[in-house]
Design a protein around this ligand. Sequence first.
Ligand code: GDP
Length: 433
Amino acid sequence: PPVLAIIGRPNVGKSTLINRILGKRVAVVQDTPGVTRDRVRYEASWNGRDFIVVDTGGWEVKVEGLDLSVAQQAEAAIEQADAVLFVVDATVGATATDEEVVKLLRASGKPVILAANKVDSQMQEADAAYLWALGLGEPYPVSALHGRASGDLLDRVMEVLPEVSQVGGRRIDRGTRRVALVGRPNVGKSSLLNRLAGEERVVVNEIAGTTRDPVDERIELDGEAWTFIDTAGIRRRVHQTTGADYYASLRTQSAIEKADIGLVLLDASEPLTEQDVRVIQQVVDAGRALVIIANKWDLVDVDRQEEFNRELERELVQLSWAQRVNLSALTGWHTNRLSKAMNAAYENWHRRISTAKLNSFLGELSAAHPHPVRGGKQPRILFATQASSCPPRFVIFTTGFLDHGYRRFIENRLRESFDFAGTPIEISVRVRE
Ligand code: GDP
């Protein structure tokens, strides 16, 4: 289904509007300190058409001036949407932050509907009219709180939302699974790429004018086609000068963002470095599936094997779920094991657990292991749903804040019961009043 992103500054009434759109009171968000307000996706429908609503959560705006993260969050949300519902508080008017976001919206070329919220009475409609000045077309006055005119707003949204998503379904429609092969210099990326590509290298994409190198390459592994992102960046042996690190890291980030799965190469013959850990973290933070490859295994003796395993355990405590393959790009040893790990990570990244299954699982779990009592109170789990996949994201509605240990416990049990090897999973907790 097509994706509608809802963006707007904090307190303009996004959550209330989302509740209106969803027709139930589930998106109620209480700002609990320590609860990260990730982007959350909900399934919605209006007049028989299904669509996905993406709630961008709160923006971290510094009191004075703009924070970069505002633009970044808005940009990411816009990129992943088919249309954007931009919510402005009509009683406040457009702020400098709103204007910055308008620039991003225009640059994206995506359809935008401007909602002027908190227009609780007809008298206030004049406030909304000022928002014509944003240059986004007609402002739709609504009152998310009272439901005023929200039906008209949704009708308008439906007009601009395409029937078929241009973004959400892209990964699947594009046919091939996309992979970013990343790691610090000299770990063996280009050697592995050459080994995997063998003779079968097919160039799928070439951006004219920028470079004569192929940008992405399609490689078949055991009958499954994979698109390796930015292989030109891997093959071109740029010699690092000052500043090159920064660009290399941007390049890595951009490859990861275009991919479904990150293959992080490590040189097992050398001690694990901070940079190795950082690249792995980039893949996890981007919410991509992860396969860790320990390369140069031909150079690794038994002592080093043990040491390497200890290093990994120490540095990557929370990542025991990652798929791992030990191999040698040089000799080809165990390179044939890679595709199995990639496929598993990719499939688990797509996994969906039905709401019924999830709730019966959590019901049993919390009956057997209730949350500890904190300050005389014991938070209870009310309901949970998988808001999206790629990676799997769960939203749990509770009567109180769940402590960190208990969240980890839920995550571990979820991983044990359903196969999530190779994929990060996200759990957000929404406290209901
Ligand atoms: P990149 O910078 O990550 O692309 O690394 P390269 O593929 O250029 O490899 C860096 C060096 O490591 C080269 O000298 C390779 O021959 C060597 N190398 C790569 N893979 C292996 C391996 O599995 N075993 C050994 N012994 N050397 C390797």
